[in-house]
Design a protein. Structure first.
Length: 330
């Protein structure tokens, strides 16, 4: 096993739930979904990964092929799903997540946020399982409140280009709470802020992987607008630990998971250039419609309820991600 793979199987605390469970992860071949597969298998659980590979990658799960506790089910969760046997947890992570993907896959994004969530909740209800929804900071839109707390309702343009993703996730949250209140399904909602790390795709379209791929290829780094817009970047191992703690907590309402360290996008680009030892230049292009000006999570709730906060500093996380992309791009 490569050293980097070992890193992601080494989580900061022992398993919260000691008894072996059977866990279904939709979007299991995706960036976050595949790391969750690793986590729960390392904890001794059985894992069923469900993915139609519209944005997920088989390579993310190739190292699990010989694991007896692992099963890969190629299926579009926007269609009804039937999984034989007991299920203890359902984690719904299936969805295009980068602007490049959801702007190209508009209808699929709306379907997986609505029908996919419905089918995941239906499975949890039928099996008596706990359900966790991977929601997003995009439910806050271009926020008028900063930093963003869970009690902020957001500033979303429902008919703008980003509405297909933003409103799909907002609907998914409403549906999740409806199943909890109407059917008593034990539900959890994670509002995930920008996350980065190994297994992102070079053509993902999000800032970190785009800048790294451009820097390593010797291409210009393309900044939207003047780069003064801010983001907060959480390393994947921290995020995955937050998901585990939320899943096994008693918290029903949404919880922000992200790194509150806020920086301008142009600073991120400069840091990546330095860490990648790249001589690439920075160029500026037009900003997309409805691109948020600021994005930073208030994680007071996660600290208080989950005892969680990020541990990996940005420099270390970027170095690990650059190392991964250097190997991937050859």
């Amino acid at each position: 096993m490569r050293e980097l793979d070992r890193f992601f199987l080494t989580i900061s605390m022992s398993p919260i739930h000691d008894a072996a469970m059977r866990i279904v992860i939709t979007g299991g071949a995706g960036f976050l979904g595949s790391h969750l597969c690793d986590l729960f298998l390392a904890d001794g659980h059985d894992v069923v990964a469900v993915d139609n590979f519209i944005t997920g990658r088989r390579e993310n799960l190739a190292h699990l092929a010989s694991q007896p506790r692992f099963r890969l089910m190629e299926h579009n969760i926007s269609q009804p799903v039937d999984i034989e046997g007991p299920v203890d947890r359902v984690l719904h992570f299936a969805s295009p997540a980068s602007p490049a993907d959801y702007l190209n896959l508009k209808i699929q994004t709306l379907k997986v946020g609505s029908l996919g969530t419905l089918h995941g909740l239906g499975l949890a209800k039928a099996k008596g399982a706990r359900f966790l929804l991977a929601s997003t900071s995009e439910v806050y839109g271009d926020p008028l409140v900063h930093p963003q707390r869970e009690d902020y309702w957001g500033n979303v343009n429902p008919v703008g280009p980003r509405g297909v993703y933003d409103e799909a996730k907002r609907f998914a949250e409403a549906l999740t709470m409806a199943y909890h209140r109407t059917h008593g399904v034990p539900t959890r909602i994670a509002r995930i802020f920008n996350t980065y790390g190994p297994r992102m795709r070079p053509n993902d379209g999000r800032a970190v992987c785009t800048f790294i791929a451009q820097a390593l290829r010797g291409e210009n780094l393309t900044i939207h607008g003047d780069g003064a817009q801010t983001r907060s970047f959480c390393f994947v191992s921290d995020l995955i630990e937050g998901i585990r703690r939320l899943l096994e907590s008693d918290e029903i309402d949404p919880v922000n998971l992200g790194n509150p360290g806020e920086i301008p996008v142009i600073q991120l680009a400069r840091e990546i250039l330095a860490l990648a030892d790249s001589s690439s230049c920075i160029v500026h292009v037009d900003r997309p419609v409805d691109d948020p000006a600021r994005r930073r999570p208030d994680i007071s709730k996660a600290r208080a309820v989950l005892g969680w906060e990020p541990r990996v500093n940005r420099r270390e996380g970027l170095k690990r991600t650059i190392d991964y992309f250097r190997r991937l791009l050859g």
